[in-house]
Design a protein around this ligand. Structure first.
Ligand code: HEM
Length: 524
C-alpha cells in the first residue's frame, strides 16, 4: 500500500475509535442519568425517615430511661442483646433515637448493608468513640488525630501512609519468627499455669490478652514487653500498659455506650479515662522516641539498605513522630482485646467440637512434624484447615457484634429515606447467623470455608475485618497471630471442655462471662 493510502487508513481507524469512545461516553452518561432518575424515583416513593420503627422516646428523657436500673428494659443488656431485642421487635431496619447522642440506625439485612457500604464514597466516615475524639481533638492538640478517630481528607492522608507499611503482605514476613516466639512462650506459660488436673486458671482470658499485647507491641513498639514471664513487677511498662488499655475500655464502655453526663460534668469515670489516656500517650511516646534515636544513629547507607520495622517505616513514611505516636496508640487500642477475643472464641469452638479439633490436629501433625520447632512461613501457608477454623469461629462469635458507618449520601434503606451522615450499625452477628447465607448456621463447620464448601457467595454476608478502604488496617497481623497461636496450641495440646455451654456478652468486644477453664492435655 502507498504511504498516503496508509495514512488515510490510519486516520480513518482513529476517527472510528474516537467515535466509538464518544458513543461509549454518551451511553455511560445515559446510564448514570437513568440511575440518578431511578434513585430519585425510589427516594420519592420511599417512606420518610421519621417512620423508621424503633422505641418511642418520651418528651422528657427521650429513650435514655430505658437503660436505667429497675425501669428500663435495656438496662444491663450487652450490645448484642440490645441489637437482637431491637431487631426482634422492630425488624431489619430500626432506629434508636432520643439518646444524648445522634440517632443510631441498626440494620440486619445483607443487601441493605451492601447498599450502605457500596455508597460510602472514597472517604468512608465512621464516627469514633466520642471520648477518644474529645481526647485527641480537645485535650491533646499537639498530637495528630488518630487513624481510628479521623475522617475525610485528614483520615485519607494518614491512612495512605499507614497502608504502605501495614497492608502489604511482604510487611508481615519479618514478623513470622517474632510472633512465633511469643506463641512459644505462651505455650510454655500454659504448661506453667495449669492445675495438676490440666485445668486452666479462671483468668485464662487475661492470659490471652497478655499474649495479644505482647505480640502486637512487638509490631507497634519494636519491643518485647515481657508480659508472659512469671512474676511481673506491677510498676513495669508491661503491667502499666496492660492495665491502662484495660481501664480505657471499661471507661469507654461506661462513657460512650451507656448514657452518661461526662460532656457536662467531669465524672470520676471521665477523670479516670483522661488520666489513663495521658499515661498511655506518654508510654507510647517513650518507645517512639527510642525508635527515632535508633534511626538517627544510622548512616544514610544503613538506612537505605536495612529492613526497617513497622514503627521505623511509619516514622520514615510520615516524617513525623507525633503521627507515629498516634498510630502506635491505635494499634495497641485496636489490636489487643480484638485479637484475644477472636482467640478465645476459636479455642472455645475447637474445645467444644472435638471432631473438628482432631481434624485440625491431623493437618498440624502433617505440616509441622516437630512441635517444638519454630513454625516457618512456608508451613503457615499450608494450614488451610486452621484458617477455615479461624473464619468459622469469627462467624459464630464475631469480635464486634456490629460495625458502624455514616451514610455517604442520601439513600433509601429498607424502603425508608435515610439522609447522608446518618450513623448506621450493621449487625454482623445477626447476618452471620442467617440460614439463607450459612446453612446450619448455628453449627461450627469450618469445612464450609474450604473449596466446594457451603459458604455463601454474598460478598457482604461475612466481613469480620470490615470493608473497603476503611477496613481493619491490622488484619494481616491479626491473622498472623491467630494462625500461629492456634497451630502452636493444638500441635502441643488437646483442649477439653467439660462444663455447660459458656455464656458470652458483648460490651464493646466479645467477652466470655464464663471463665474459660479448658482442660489441657499434652500431645505427643
Ligand atoms: C481479630 C482481630 C481483629 C478484628 C476482628 C478487627 C476488626 C476490625 C474492624 C471490623 C474494623 C472496622 C473496619 C471497617 O469499619 O470497615 C477495624 C478497624 C481497625 N483496626 Fe482492626 N481488628 C482486629 C485486629 C486489629 C489489630 C491487630 C490492629 C493493629 C495492628 C487493628 C487496627 C485497626 C485500626 C487502626 C482500625 C481503624 C482503621 C481505620 O479507621 O482506617 N485491628 N478492625
Amino acid at each position: 500500500m502507498s504511504l498516503p493510502r496508509v495514512q488515510r487508513a490510519a486516520r480513518c481507524a482513529l476517527r472510528l475509535q474516537q467515535e466509538r469512545s464518544a458513543l461509549r461516553a454518551v451511553a455511560a452518561r445515559a446510564r448514570s442519568t437513568a440511575a440518578a432518575l431511578a434513585a430519585e424515583a425510589d427516594w420519592d416513593a420511599a417512606r420518610p425517615y421519621s417512620d423508621i420503627p424503633g422505641p418511642k422516646p418520651l418528651a422528657v428523657g427521650g429513650n435514655a430511661w430505658r437503660f436505667m436500673p429497675y425501669v428500663g428494659q435495656f438496662h444491663g443488656l450487652g450490645l448484642d442483646e440490645l441489637i437482637a431485642a431491637l431487631h426482634a421487635e422492630f425488624g431489619p431496619v430500626c432506629k434508636l433515637g432520643g439518646m444524648p447522642r445522634p440517632d443510631l440506625l441498626f440494620v440486619s439485612d445483607v443487601d441493605i448493608m451492601q447498599s450502605v457500604l457500596r455508597n460510602e464514597g472514597s472517604w468512608p466516615t465512621r464516627r469514633a468513640a466520642q471520648t477518644l475524639e474529645h481526647y485527641f481533638r480537645d485535650l491533646r492538640k499537639n498530637y495528630l488525630v488518630s487513624l481510628a478517630v479521623s475522617n475525610g481528607k485528614e483520615w485519607q492522608d494518614f491512612r495512605s501512609a499507614v497502608n504502605q507499611v501495614m497492608m502489604q503482605p511482604r510487611n508481615t514476613a519479618p514478623y513470622v519468627q517474632p510472633i512465633d516466639s511469643v506463641a512459644q512462650d505462651f505455650v510454655a506459660r500454659m504448661r506453667e499455669i495449669r492445675a495438676p488436673d490440666g485445668r486452666m486458671p479462671a483468668d485464662y482470658t487475661d492470659e490471652l490478652a497478655k499474649w495479644s499485647l505482647e505480640s502486637i507491641s512487638y509490631v507497634a513498639l519494636d519491643t518485647r514487653l515481657g508480659l508472659l514471664a512469671g512474676d511481673l513487677d506491677p510498676t513495669s511498662d508491661a503491667v502499666v500498659m496492660m492495665d491502662t488499655i484495660r481501664g480505657l475500655f471499661d471507661c469507654m464502655y461506661n462513657l460512650d455506650i451507656k448514657p452518661s453526663v461526662w460532656k457536662w460534668v467531669s465524672t470520676p469515670t471521665y477523670r479516670k479515662f483522661v488520666g489513663n489516656m495521658h499515661l498511655f500517650t506518654s508510654l507510647a511516646s517513650k518507645y517512639v522516641d527510642r525508635a527515632v534515636a535508633r534511626l538517627k544513629a544510622l548512616s544514610r547507607r544503613e538506612l537505605e539498605q536495612g529492613n526497617r520495622s513497622v514503627l521505623e517505616s511509619l516514622l520514615i513514611n510520615t516524617g513525623d513522630p507525633t503521627k507515629a505516636v498516634s498510630m502506635v496508640m491505635d494499634m495497641l487500642l485496636a489490636g489487643v482485646d480484638t485479637t484475644s477475643a477472636a482467640m478465645s472464641g476459636l479455642l472455645y469452638q475447637l474445645a467444644t467440637n472435638p471432631d473438628k479439633q482432631a481434624k485440625l490436629q491431623e493437618e498440624l501433625d502433617r505440616v509441622i512434624p516437630d512441635k517444638t520447632a519454630p513454625i516457618t512461613q512456608d508451613q503457615m501457608e499450608q494450614l488451610k484447615y486452621a484458617r477455615a477454623c479461624i473464619k468459622e469461629a469469627m462467624r459464630l462469635m464475631p469480635v464486634l457484634p456490629t460495625s458502624f458507618r455514616d451514610t455517604g449520601k442520601d439513600q433509601v434503606l429498607g424502603g425508608y429515606r435515610v439522609p447522608k451522615g446518618t450513623t448506621v450499625g450493621m449487625s454482623s452477628l445477626v447476618m452471620a447467623q442467617d440460614e439463607r447465607y450459612f446453612p446450619k448456621a448455628r453449627q461450627f463447620l469450618p469445612e464450609r470455608w474450604l473449596p466446594g464448601g457451603s459458604k455463601t457467595d454474598h460478598p457482604f454476608a461475612f466481613l469480620p475485618f470490615g470493608f473497603g478502604p476503611r477496613m481493619c488496617v491490622g488484619k494481616r497481623f491479626a491473622n498472623l497471630e491467630l494462625e500461629n497461636l492456634v497451630a502452636k496450641i493444638f500441635r502441643n495440646f488437646t483442649l477439653e471442655w467439660n462444663q455447660p455451654p459458656a455464656r458470652t456478652k458483648f460490651t464493646i468486644f466479645l467477652k466470655f462471662e464464663t471463665p474459660l477453664q479448658f482442660i489441657v492435655r499434652d500431645r505427643p
